[in-house]
Design a protein around this ligand. Structure first.
Ligand code: ADP
Ligand code: MG
Length: 730
């Protein structure tokens, strides 16, 4: 017999559909587990079943009582009070945050509904409370208040309170996710025992192993829909849908590794980690740097150090040379205070207010499901450790803390460089130990537009050519990898070889600095071209591998198309545009690259977004000359949207030589010199300070900008030694 029947329910909050046509049943004695990323609608479903939230469509039947009596003008009319009361008595809910009354004892919390709702006698209540407390192993806590209980005990009271009413159905919404990890087990155990007693339950949880063990059936949902449903071994061991696989993979990866919270007391370099921990407690999303600015200013004032700050929240802290003999030596270090904020789907982290939780995983420090902010918090921590130390022999030190490096670069762009006395700046924003960045790219971004002109057309066939699942990647770092491909260019390459293509619509890509992952073009042409297009597609598929998708499909004829001239210009412009990694220096460093990032349609025009990265002005200028020709040939109007400054390699730099020498003395090998197509803040400093020498070093950080970001502790130790040596000797 079904205790619960959920039939095609829908639920909107405002305009957003949170539950989108969900149906499932739960049989008597069955345990159903609902899995899914946060925000997918799991709690909302439980709340609808418990009548804590009203549904917009469909019906919910609990123990043969329907919640909705009828529909009037598409509006649900809820059933009579009497029936709803029965439904309420048949359903019980255990909440993530326990929801206990703080002013009542454990016993009173449990008795409350027995007394006032079920109107049980005193004696009956005594018996029931004793019984459920025993079951939850809480007999000794009957007279305690919630504040005197551990999280695990509180949740067991929550479960006891639910059991006391003996509902036909028990719903639990992430019953262990508010608990410290060491308390999770005791709660999972009592739930496990309930499944043995054949209680009918719906449980929302992120404990995948537990789910696998207890569930008779599992539903995986995402975006308000059921993505996959089956036995626990089907869904967890052999998920069929990509979405389920991705969710489970991330989850199991993280949870199955034994990880411990980082305890800096036992770690070296303690001085650096101490400050890294302190700043990790401060939310530092780009554009939100006021709090870290305040922290830095206080840090300086507490140590009697000179500190300067500006309206952008940049900070400069100065410290005098350790000895008279060094009073003419100046050296600056630089790092940015902001960080990229990315998290795993399951993470509830709030980047506006939560501290980053540091975890130790072998030689690595990482965060719990979020970016770590080692990029560039480790640089900040190195500087704070230098500024704090009384022992390290330093020249006149200037520590420059910039903001918004990850977004607009406004910190470096607007910082008043007249305040900086040093002609040598060592940036700590490199994530490759043993390597020194000596040049970063100048990056120019621009929009191009082609005006649309439509004609009516009959007698041709219409097709959709669609590219999806291309790997994409960063327009600076990944563009030399030919296997990534640019689907916009690839599609256009094929169609440019055919005469008489009329474009209906065209779109692709997601952002100017990301290699596009998809492209779609609808076009009309004579049907005898189809075979040729298919054979070209097959060649591309053979090259780009089995993960990508390229599909040609005949679709309903579209009579309204762009005229032949405009269609040709669009194809010709894209096809002639030089894209990808274009030039390399003798050592194989990429020094010129371009990315066609997006193509979008607007009412009157088609818009392209491009970026150009160069580490060499001559190459850049010659590229722009070719581009201008292409623009002119195809009547494209363009707007340069922004320029981020780069800096070219300076092979005569003394700073570079000195640093390399010190490195060699310490570690027995030369540093590798890097020319990056990424944009560093150095370009802005070099642009504003004459004769500035600027290089960039750092400790080994992996997977920056993603929740897998991690920094090697051993690398931190070596890099810290190196930085102290630089201070001593330079
Ligand atoms: P889950 O439990 O799977 O994390 P929820 O059911 O809590 O998801 O939420 C699903 C979506 O509905 C989320 O986008 C959430 O922000 C939104 N939502 C939930 N409750 C409300 C509410 N009372 N008002 C507006 N939006 C809500
Ligand atoms: Mg929830």
């Amino acid at each position: 017999m079904n205790i619960v029947e959920v039939k095609n329910i829908k639920k909107k909050f405002g305009e957003t559909e949170v539950i989108d046509d969900i149906s499932f049943n739960v049989k008597e004695g069955e345990t159903l587990v609902i899995l899914g990323p946060s925000g997918s609608g799991k709690s909302t479903i439980l709340r609808c079943i418990n009548n804590l939230e009203k549904i917009d469509c469909g019906n919910i039947i609990i123990n043969n009582n329907a919640m909705i009596k009828e529909y009037k003008k598409n509006n649900p009319i809820y059933n009579d009070k009497k029936i709803l009361k029965e439904i309420n008595l048949d359903t019980g809910m255990v909440f993530q945050d326990f929801n206990l009354f703080p002013h009542l004892t454990v016993k009173e919390n449990i008795s409350e509904a027995l007394k006032y709702v079920l109107k049980k006698s005193k004696k009956e209540i005594e018996d029931i409370v004793d019984n459920v407390l025993k079951k939850m192993d809480l007999s000794t806590k009957a007279n305690s208040y919630p504040c005197d209980l551990s999280g695990g005990q509180k949740q067991r009271v929550g479960i006891a309170r639910c059991l006391a009413l003996d509902p036909k159905l028990i719903c639990m919404d992430e019953p262990t996710s508010s608990l410290d990890s060491e308390l999770v087990g005791e709660v999972l155990n009592v739930i496990k025992n309930l499944t043995k007693e054949k209680k009918t339950m719906i449980i929302v949880t992120h404990e995948i192993k537990f789910a696998e063990e207890i569930a008779d059936r599992i539903i995986f949902m995402a975006d308000g829909k059921i993505v996959e449903e089956g036995s626990s071994s089907e869904v967890i061991k052999n998920p069929k849908q990509l979405r389920t696989k991705q969710f489970l993979k991330r989850y199991i990866d993280i949870k199955e590794k034994s990880m411990e919270k980082l305890d800096i007391k036992n770690e070296e370099p303690y001085d650096v980690l101490k400050y890294f921990k302190e700043i990790s407690d401060i939310p530092r999303k780009s554009g939100n740097e006021k709090e870290i600015r305040n922290y830095l200013v206080n840090f300086a004032l507490e140590r009697n150090l000179e500190v300067l700050t500006d309206k952008y929240y940049n900070v400069i802290i100065r410290k005098e040379a350790s000895s008279k003999t060094r009073e003419n030596d100046y050296l600056a270090f630089q790092a940015h205070t902001d960080m990229i904020c990315e998290k795993e789907e399951w993470s509830n982290h709030n980047f506006e207010k939560d501290p980053i939780e540091l975890i130790k995983d072998g030689d690595f420090i990482k965060a719990n499901g979020t970016t770590l902010g080692a990029d560039n918090g480790i640089g900040v921590a190195f500087m704070l450790a230098l500024l704090n130390s009384k022992k390290i022999n330093i020249p006149n030190l200037e520590c420059i803390f910039t903001v918004q490096e990850e977004t607009t670069m406004d910190g470096a762009r607007y910082i008043d460089t007249s305040l900086i006395k040093s002609k040598k700046i060592i940036s700590l924003d490199n994530s490759k130990e043993g390597k020194m960045v000596i040049s970063s790219a100048n990056c120019m971004e621009w929009f191009g537009k082609i005006e649309k002109e439509y004609i009516e057309l009959a007698g041709l066939n219409t097709y959709e050519l669609k590219y999806s699942n291309f790997p994409g990647g960063h327009s600076g770092g990944n563009i030399a990898d030919k296997k990534r491909g640019n689907p916009i260019k690839l599609g256009v390459q094929i169609l440019s070889k055919i005469d008489g293509i009329y474009i209906n619509n065209i779109s692709g890509g997601s952002a100017v600095n990301i290699i596009p992952r998809n492209f779609k073009i609808e076009f009309s042409c004579k049907n005898d071209n189809e075979e040729f297009i298919r054979s070209e597609i097959n060649k591309q598929l053979a090259f780009y591998g089995s993960n990508v998708e390229i599909k040609l499909e005949k679709i309903k004829n579209n009579m309204k198309v762009l005229n032949l001239d405009i269609s040709k210009k669009i194809l010709n412009f894209i096809n002639s545009y030089e894209n990808g990694a274009l030039k390399f220096d003798q050592k194989g460093n990429q020094i010129l690259s371009a990315n066609l990032g997006t193509i979008k349609e607007f009412d009157d025009f088609i818009q392209f977004e491009y970026s150009l990265r160069s580490n060499n002005t001559v190459l850049k200028n010659s590229y722009i000359k070719n581009l201008n020709q292409n623009i002119e040939d195809n009547d494209v109007s363009i707007i340069w949207s922004q320029e981020l400054y780069g800096f070219e390699p300076d092979y005569d730099s003394n700073l570079e030589k000195e640093i390399n020498q010190l490195y060699k003395e310490l570690f027995g090998k030369d540093m590798e010199l890097l020319i990056t197509q990424g944009v560093l803040e150095g370009g802005f400093f070099k642009n504003k300070i004459n004769d500035l020498e600027y290089i960039c070093i750092g400790a080994e950080i992996f997977d920056a900008h993603s929740p897998s970001e991690r920094v090697s502790i051993k690398s931190l130790q070596r890099t810290w030694k190196f930085i102290k040596e630089i201070c001593r000797k330079i």
